[in-house]
Write a protein that binds this ligand. Structure first.
Ligand SMILES: Cc1ncc(COP(=O)(O)O)c(C=O)c1O
Length: 422
């Protein structure tokens, strides 16, 4: 007990002290878990007592919570966001010879779900303002073999589901949403995960709703697809030891569901704080004149952004030097992603070359994610911005910062206008 109490005190003490001496972590889950620790421990203990470790009532409760939250008729728990993508494509019978269009600027799992089924990922470029898949490019890639479009709601902002939806309807193919980073995001008031045929979510600890390990969820309002997903996640077995189809073992374990059910009621408040933090960065950058150097993230007017990441663009090849400068002050910053997937060695045989997907390549060179987690303090944000200002003062010799380096999305609003209505 004493050991437990001490580690709790240490967790709740984290977050105190000056950012100048302590630095600013990219993510500090201890601050989020500190106040919930007792409830989480009780929920986990109850699972031990029940002996129901796989699927079971806690998973069912989480599935109801997520289905409701994502405006979907069904939610189906599985072992990870990567498996959610794989299961979604399996349910849609994607197979060898098929093509699936997806952005190159995303996490690897979006594409590996396609290749694991023997199908071919066809990479589309991104909209430079939102980092999301560019519908105009998708249109040029659609062909006879295209069997699905797989947009990613990157960094917490929905892709343009109007234009993608129109393309998918015309081609009579489904959309599978990779909403791993975007629980609660919206497109014109409709939640990520309910806009396509199937939505795929991740509960990896860094996500806006993160578990204590791996976990994933699928959403759909199609009864037949929901039934097939449930079948596929348990080896295609129904009834027990009778296998209707070849599925996989991808069940959500009860420990994860129990922890996630404790955290779930706080999700909206955490999102609100992420939005507040995004708005504060944007104001602080503007006050420091840094909005004329950095490309600041912005929100499509049709979208509700949930800010899994706050990603700036750093021009003129100075991104890595800025990251090192921040690391010296113990400020965490990450590069999502240093290469487009079409540039990855493992996809070399797909034949992409220099000059392909230029916006993806440029983003990979420029992006830098800054701390945005809900418990981040204003003081910490001020310190982050001050260190970035110091970097540019040093490298530009304190001279005028020049004109805007990045063109704004014509319709975009910046993060300071991004708060949800109360
Ligand atoms: C866009 C995207 N897709 C898929 C995944 C895979 O999720 P998981 O790590 O739960 O397998 C992630 C996780 O990082 C992701 O960011």
């Amino acid at each position: 007990m004493e050991v437990e109490r001490k580690s709790m005190d240490a967790a709740s003490r984290r977050g105190l002290g000056s950012p100048q001496t302590r630095g600013v972590p990219l993510l500090d889950l201890g601050r989020q878990h500190g106040p919930l620790r007792d409830k989480m421990a009780l929920a986990v203990a109850a699972i031990c007592d029940s002996g129901k470790f796989v699927l079971g009532p806690d998973v069912e409760e989480l599935e109801r919570n997520i289905a409701d939250y994502c405006q979907s008729r069904h939610a189906i728990g599985c072992a990870s966001g990567s498996d959610a993508l794989l299961l979604a494509l399996m349910a849609l019978k994607i197979s060898p010879g098929d093509e699936v269009i997806l952005p190159s600027f995303t996490f690897f799992a979006t594409a590996s779900a396609v290749t694991r089924l023997g199908a071919k990922p066809v990479f589309a470029d991104i909209d430079p303002a939102t980092f999301n898949i560019a519908p105009a490019h998708v249109e040029t890639l659609l062909g006879r073999k295209t069997k699905a479009i797989l947009p990613v709601h990157l960094f917490g902002q929905s892709a343009d589901l109007d234009r993608l939806g129109a393309l998918a309807r015309k081609a009579a193919i489904p959309i599978v949403e990779d909403a791993a980073q975007a629980i609660g995001a919206e497109w014109q008031g409709r939640r990520a995960g309910c806009l396509g045929a199937i939505g795929c979510f991740s509960f990896y600890p860094t996500k806006n709703l993160g578990g204590a390990g791996d976990g994933g969820m699928l959403t759909t309002s199609d009864d037949a697809l929901a039934d097939r997903l449930r079948l596929l996640r348990t080896h295609g077995m129904r009834p027990r030891y009778y296998h209707q189809v070849i599925g996989i073992n991808s069940r959500l374990d009860s420990f994860q569901a129990a922890v996630l059910n404790v955290k779930f009621p706080h999700l909206d408040e955490w999102t609100r704080r992420r939005q507040e933090n995004a708005g504060r960065y944007t104001e602080l950058f503007a006050e420091a004149g840094l909005d004329r150097i950095l490309g600041l993230p912005c929100t499509d007017p049709n979208a509700r952004h949930v800010w899994n990441q706050y990603v700036v663009r750093v021009p003129d090849g100075r991104r890595d030097a800025l990251r090192e400068h921040l690391a010296e002050a113990k400020i965490g910053a990450e590069i999502y992603y240093p290469l487009g997937l079409h540039q990855q060695e493992c996809f070399g045989d797909l034949g992409y070359g220099v000059g392909d997907l230029p916006e993806t390549v440029r983003a990979a060179r420029e992006v830098l994610a800054l701390p945005i987690f809900p418990e981040l303090t204003a003081e910490e944000q001020e310190f982050v911005v001050e260190r970035i200002a110091t970097f540019f003062t040093r490298t530009t010799g304190g001279h005028t910062l020049g004109g805007p380096k990045f063109l704004k999305h014509p319709l975009a609003r910046n993060a300071s206008a991004d708060m949800d209505a109360p």
